[in-house]
Design a protein around this ligand. Sequence first.
Ligand code: F6R
Length: 590
Amino acid sequence: MCGIVGYVGRAKATPILLDGLRRLEYRGYDSAGLAIVEKGRLETRKCAGRIAALEKLVRKQPVSGSLGVSHTRWATHGKVNDENAHPHFDASGKLALVHLIGKIYDDSCASTVDAPGKKARLFDAVRTALRQVIGTYGIALVHADVPDFMIGARRGSPLVLGVGNGENFLASDVSAIVAYTRDAVYLNDFDVVAAGPEKFEITSLAGDSTEHPVSKVEFTAEDIRKGDYPHYMLKEIFEQSNTVRDAMRGRLNAEECTAKLGGLNMAPPELRDVGRIVLTGCGTALHAGRVGEYLIERVANIPTEVDYASEFRHRNTPMTPETLVFAISQSGETADTLGALRESRRKGFRTLGICNNVASTIARESDGGVYMHAGPEIGVAATKSFTSQLVILALLGLLFGRMRNLSTAEGSRVIEALEALPGQIDAVLDLNDQIKAIAKRYASANGFLFFGRQFNFPIALEGALKMKEITYLFAEGHPSAELKHGVIALIRSDLPSVFIAPDDSVFSKNVNNIEQVKARKGPIIALTSGNCAKHLKGIANEIIVLPEAPDYVMPILNVVPLQLLAYHLAVELGRDVDKPRNLAKSVTVE
Ligand code: F6R
């Protein structure tokens, strides 16, 4: 959601700034622009539309210089047009970004000052202006009068400084700059950084210097390439046997039949005393939480609730002292999830993060947590982060269960089920051609309904979310039994129903619902497992047969065909799979 890149050094800034914006495309945007200091003047190029349009503009009107900022804008207020595209300028046209800052700087430079003086005054002007700003921001700015010098600041929106050799970078996300440097400084809220090619300084808004470690970025530029895949989403779906393995790597203790999650920062008595769990997040992360609710209650017997982060943070949920809160977020930057985390911590509850992005705000502000280690997720539709979240929730269930009621034998069975997953996911991925053929057959459908029970009700929600996000078709997920309480009125021959009906304790009840749809001429795509397939022959139009697994890990297998179904349908319909309309990967605004 909006992306910024800044460069100061000796190289030509334009290609670096454009490349950085391309790598941030996944965040979502509707206009783009750049501003470069060229021979003491500020040159800007900006337009509505894709980065490709900006590149075309820059080819027509080239701009060179070694200092500049670039920006993708995701409209919240105001139209999507060339004028509203960023960067914006102050009244003098010399400062690319914020008007307030320009006024303060111009006033402070009324008397002639030398170049170092101008740098100091610009740095001061930014801090003075930002002390007056209400709300969140993540900014990068340059001034025509102050060559070799850029300033960045953050509050609420992520910003990272990339430390290079004779050059420095600013970016909303390290993926924009990892091709140039893997040394990064993750800025905190209220930090202001001033960077030249050789050095940088970070201060608070009050002007006090602050120390920050330089960290090594976990991944390389290679990890964010699509490789031979046509889309990031497909690449990430196919990575899942590995990412699921990575989510449990080093975390299973076969000897004691439990999980090791040192990042929780909780001693055994504290783990044992947890009396209630609240799982919160948005979108796909919330759906993972919904599976977690069934799972933790089943495996660990701890009362567990799930709430939308956006609701939880504004609601007066009665909380008991022994409540543990988890904020689930791939990006670790989602505004509502961060808001829920802060509200929960403000009330004094221990709040833990389940994040993929290790340097994210949620990861840094929580009392501890568990990283997904899924590698960068670039496709806007979340896929591999979801299955990693489910593995982590299963590990939590195992850990809490073994502190309570779960026997060694039962703990071993959970471990066996988890260890079998990577191979089973590969077996599900082998069904890709069958799923692609189904997608082709149903490409003219008017929408999709998804149904599941128990652990797979959240998978119905997730299947529907994937479908609407990237195909733009109407899709809804429901508990199967809710069919007859209203949804059945929708059933017709051009609206397929996808039933998630594995071999579990509610299979026969699912079959009952499938019959109800069939009786009303609704096409049926069934996901099932093991021997249950034979009971669906002659009832379901399409049957996808998955490997057998215990019900608490079955959602991890069931979601994969639904990701593939949405993907192939979107491709069939000619959609922009990795950059679906109106969506942002990281939703840093409310
Ligand atoms: C769905 C999707 C979104 C995110 C949601 C939360 O495919 O990508 O629904 O799951 O915006 O994002 P994170 O996990 O980054 O907090």
